[in-house]
Write a protein that binds this ligand. Structure first.
Ligand SMILES: [Zn+2]
Length: 384
């Protein structure tokens, strides 16, 4: 019997830790898992223990010399100038002990998900420990060492001739994944993100459309800073429906960065939980319409690890498992356990209160600008 949804988890995901005060903190994965267990939407039978990725699997996307450099860096054996060449030892991506093993474990999570979807055991799997979309072929970037999304798509394409639609709703452009498939017409990438005018990595312009036979299979919506739910969702939903109708994917891979929330300290978008409820609902619908339900979801960014990420990623799982996001109060047991550690009061409900958003005086102007951007993208792609 085909099981419907699976949740990848191992405590070893928490070994991906640059330093105690680095903004990327994978305790988020544990917080999310425990929230879902207390909510009882996640039960033991849903859990899948991942394998570790082999070097040759990581090499489906990354250069062998880069993998070697990551290994040496994690053993304290890489000279500083060599490290800089590979984007290692920077402020964003510092070197930490055993960084290869920790990174290969995250990749292994996403590859395990691919294995289980391709062999028919599962239709939908979440690996919120993955989603490291900024990793490049021979360079670490933006908190990402190995790009599990790109590796998993390469791996998937090697096993089976399936058309892959990659959907990236992180507040930052999914640049590493786009780079891996820029000339590939069998992998369509769609990234909606805050404009790169003021935000890392600076790319993701609407005019980035792919090259060679991949031309027309790369889609970008660089939305304005301070965009709120309504405008974000209008663009996301309209664009995704049109892209899916055009591309007709066999499987979708979604990157669910939770850093477009208004509380996120690193970005300037103004989303709330409304966006994070709707994003997976539309993704599930696309998977059911075009892909016989096949949907792999990974995590990504998200730097308010207490108030935002567990609920945002939790809703991805809730939609996968039950078909709908959770409503109402968060489990008191979870709040009691973690409030002691959280530097800010934890939200008590799955939904945000009306008072969460700052007042955005330029709202009408931003909405209009975003509408024009969508028109631009659709015009470029000629799929209106
Ligand atoms: Zn991000």
């Amino acid at each position: 019997m085909t099981k419907k949804a699976g949740f990848i988890y191992t405590p070893d995901f928490l070994n991906y830790q640059f330093s105690a005060d680095h903004p990327f903190n994978h305790k988020r994965v544990l917080l999310t898992k425990e929230l879902l267990e207390e909510q009882t939407t996640l039960i033991t039978e849903d859990l899948i223990t991942p394998r570790i990725a082999a070097d040759e699997e990581i090499a489906l996307f990354h250069d062998a010399s880069y993998i070697e450099a990551v290994k040496r860096a994690g053993n304290g054996d890489l000279k500083e100038d060599r490290a800089q060449e590979y984007g290692l030892g920077t402020e964003d991506t510092p070197i930490f002990s055993n960084m290869h093993q920790a990174s290969a474990q995250l990749v292994g999570g996403t590859l395990t998900a691919v294995d289980k979807i391709l062999n028919g055991d599962y239709k939908k799997i979440a690996n919120i420990g993955g989603g490291l979309h900024h990793g490049f072929q021979r360079k670490a970037s933006g908190f990402c060492i190995y790009n599990d999304c790109a590796i998993a798509i390469k791996y998937l394409r090697k096993q089976d001739d399936l058309k892959v639609l990659y959907v990236d709703t992180d507040a930052h452009h999914g640049d590493g994944v786009q780079s891996g498939f820029y000339d590939d017409p069998n992998v369509c990438t769609f990234s909606i993100h805050e404009t790169g005018r003021y935000l890392f990595p600076g790319t993701g312009n609407v005019s980035e459309r792919g090259i060679k036979s991949g031309h027309g299979y790369s889609f970008n919506l660089p939305i304005d800073a301070f965009t709120e739910d309504e405008s974000f969702l209008e663009l996301y939903e309209t664009a995704l429906r049109k892209i899916a109708a055009f591309f007709k994917p066999d499987i979708i891979v979604t990157q669910n960065g939770a850093d477009s929330h208004c509380l996120d300290p690193l970005t300037h978008l103004c989303g709330t939980m409304k966006s994070f409820e709707k994003i997976p609902v539309i993704a599930a619908e696309i998977a059911d319409t075009y892909c016989d339900g096949r949907w792999l979801a990974v995590g990504g960014g998200g730097y308010d690890m207490w108030r935002v990420v567990p609920r945002a990623w939790g809703q991805v799982w809730n939609v996968m498992k039950t078909g709908a996001p959770c409503k109402g109060p968060l489990p008191e047991t979870w709040l009691e356990k973690w409030q002691k550690e959280s530097p800010a009061p934890l939200p008590v409900s799955w939904q945000d209160g009306a008072d969460i958003q700052p007042n955005i005086p330029r709202k009408a102007e931003i909405t209009e600008k975003n509408k024009l951007l969508l028109e631009d993208m659709l015009k470029y792609t000629a799929i209106i």
